[in-house]
Design a protein. Structure first.
Length: 634
């Protein structure tokens, strides 16, 4: 059952600008073209080719981070609230968008060895497991991680050692979870160390397949997925499970890929490289527009996979990354426009409560089943032991049995086996020394005892196996405050809390500043009363100047957008020309080298599979008229 408190909220968009690189610095004294107003959350972009009289372009975002920003600032202010939501059972997505080399990977992963420079992902690991270590012991957690990449519209499982040899994974859809990747590896993680290991394995797999890692990462999308399931007794006394799914996405470079001049396979490849990214742009535009009834999620793997994150059941943060160098002005402007559009997307996040497919529930059931089996065995052993001991069998109640520690169960079972063995050994000795027994009878009795001993050992082995399975199962679940020890002392905790408070404060202040700015712009000064005509003229001139500047900005914006449309149209036309040429070439071959009846046969058998975006042959059906003929022969 999904919670009813359905509310709408917009996608949070923050922008980060990296420092000038050493190479860019040596290019000249021009300096950066990106300015930021941290207090207001604004980016001011200077066109290096424009005359100084042209007004600069200003964009407002939920937060902005300049070249001196720290990884922690971004995390505490813009990511922490999202991860908190995931821990409370919401879906959450963070994606980094921007031109290659602007700091997407730096922001998402950062430098692992330097705690100051760890990015969003390692900080999220820390956050999640610290949260578990500090929560109540009536909460049980199950944390899982998956790691995939989308390259040339194929989904590759980065945690599957054979992912290089197999075909891409398929997307499936279920009413419960929405779109998911079929057969994707998912690793249960019990600590920061384990989940880091998962990340490392995936990163290595990513690098292995690529001849040039830089080029590869600029053309592929990397998605790290974390599922946190949490079970807690509700007021009704039953255990309720909340499931938070977190997508951490490092997108391919947003720069325009040159599609012109390439042909054949290279053309197809070039068309696929940015298919997911341009589909993402189209989805964002359609959603931001608010009027389009059709959102083209199905156009690419990425948009299908992120369907919930864009306009659906999720909380989403987009980090747009910029470089400050003048030569990238066009790309930077495009990124800012893209980011600006994304702000208008409305999501409907809700807590995922007791979904049918919660793995934690399955685990709890299996653990309970194994426990019952073990208890049953122990009960039988105890019964036998008491019979052996000659004691009267007293039933001491099931409830008490439930409470007994597993170790004790094991110990008692072992003890029973030992006692039994001793007893049988003693009996054997007695039989051997018994002078009244015939050799044959002795042999028979000893054999029987031997069999009993064997059975005993077999049973013991089975119990051990059962215990091992039970323990392995149980160890996958994390109990709040139990499995992971929180080493931070009170002072550190206080510091952390202070830092979080400050981040929250900064965020609220910025929101207020932005509100004031909007009000200021909309304020109708005309309603004011003026003491003198002179004053009125001054005030109105000021207002007029402001409006005129705004008009100029809007005009420039319209021209820019038009230019961009013309550019992309020309590109599309060019691509279309190349595709048409290719098509003509294929027709030429077909018409001249394939007999018409063969061609018809093939055409009749072909059908298009929209899910896999591929033409496929219908399976051959055996011709019924031939069947009787075959039978005649025999
Ligand atoms: P992308 O993943 O977008 O292609 P990278 O994250 O690889 O870009 O960043 C390119 C280079 O810039 C790397 O050397 C990275 O360390 C550096 N860099 C990026 N962002 C920052 C930042 N905010 N502060 C310092 N260095 C950065
Ligand atoms: Mg990168």
């Amino acid at each position: 059952i999904m919670s009813k408190n359905k509310s709408s909220e917009s996608v949070k968009v923050v922008v980060r600008c990296r420092p000038l690189s050493r190479k860019e610095e040596s290019n000249g004294p021009a300096g950066g073209i990106v300015q930021m107003d941290l207090r207001l959350g604004q980016v001011i972009l200077r066109n290096p080719r424009a005359p100084p009289s042209e007004p600069q372009k200003t964009f407002t975002f939920d937060a902005v981070y300049d070249s001196s920003s720290k990884q922690r600032d971004l995390y505490d202010e813009s990511v922490r609230p999202l991860i908190d939501s995931v821990l409370a059972g919401f879906n959450g997505t963070i994606f980094a968008y921007g031109q290659t080399g602007t700091g997407k990977t730096y922001t998402m992963q950062g430098l692992w060895l330097d705690p100051e420079k760890q990015g969003v992902i390692p900080n999220a690991f820390d956050h999640i497991f610290t949260h578990i270590s500090r929560s109540q012991s009536d909460k049980q957690y199950l944390v899982r991680a998956s790691y995939l990449e989308i390259y040339l519209e194929e989904i590759r499982d980065l945690l599957d050692p054979n992912h290089g040899n197999t075909r891409g994974l398929e997307l499936r859809e279920s009413p419960e979870t929405g779109v998911y990747v079929q057969d994707l590896t998912s690793c249960v993680c019990k600590s920061i160390k384990e989940i880091e290991e998962v990340m490392n394995v995936g990163n290595q797999a990513r690098a292995v397949g690529a001849t040039d890692m830089n080029e590869h990462s600029s053309r592929s999308h990397a998605l790290f997925l974390i599922t946190v399931e949490c079970s807690q007794p509700g007021p009704d006394g039953r255990k309720h499970i909340r499931v938070g799914r977190l997508n951490l996405v490092d997108l391919a470079g947003s720069e325009r890929q040159a599609k012109t001049g390439v042909q054949g396979d290279r053309l197809k490849e070039a068309a696929k490289i940015n298919l997911s990214l341009s589909a993402l742009g189209n989805v964002i535009s359609a959603l931001a527009d608010g009027r389009s009834s059709h959102v083209p999620y199905r156009d690419s793997k990425l948009t299908r996979l992120l369907q919930d994150s864009l306009g659906g059941n999720a909380k989403t943060v987009m980090v747009a990354t910029l470089g400050p160098a003048p030569q990238h002005y066009d790309e930077t402007l495009t990124t800012l426009r893209y980011a600006n559009r994304a702000k208008n997307i409305q999501n409907q996040p809700r807590v995922n409560e007791d979904p049918k497919d919660a793995l934690l529930r399955e685990f709890q059931k299996e653990i309970a089943r194994l426990r019952a089996q073990l208890n049953h065995r122990r009960f039988r052993s105890k019964q036998k032991k008491e019979q052996v001991d000659g004691e009267a069998w007293e039933r001491d109640g099931d409830e008490e049995e439930e409470e007994v520690e597993e170790e004790e169960v094991e110990k008692e079972a072992e003890e029973f086996v030992k006692l039994e063995e001793q007893r049988l050994e003693k009996e054997n000795e007695a039989i051997r020394e018994d002078q009244f027994l015939l050799a044959e009878e002795k042999q028979k009795l000893l054999g029987e005892n031997e069999k009993m001993m064997g059975n005993l050992r077999k049973r013991q082995e089975a119990t051990e196996q059962l215990t091992a399975r039970y323990k392995a199962m149980e160890s996958k679940l994390l109990v709040g405050g139990k499995n992971i020890i929180d080493h931070t002392n009170e002072q550190q905790k206080m510091l952390e809390m202070k830092r979080q408070e400050i981040a929250e404060q900064t965020r609220r202040e910025r929101e207020m500043q932005q509100q004031m700015l909007i009000q200021d712009e909309e304020a109708v000064e005309l309603r004011e009363t003026f003491t003198s005509l002179q004053q009125e003229v001054e005030a109105k001139t000021k207002k007029l100047k402001k409006l005129y500047a705004k008009l100029q900005c809007t005009k420039a914006e319209i021209k820019d957008v038009n230019d961009e449309h013309v550019r992309s149209r020309q590109e599309l036309e060019q691509t279309q020309n190349e595709l048409t040429r290719e098509l003509k070439f294929k027709y030429l071959i077909i018409e001249n080298f394939i007999p018409p009846e063969e061609k018809n046969k093939i055409m009749n058998r072909l059908m298009f599979d929209p899910d896999e975006d591929e033409w496929k042959f219908k399976p051959l059906v055996p011709d019924e008229r031939l069947v009787p003929l075959i039978f005649h022969h025999f």
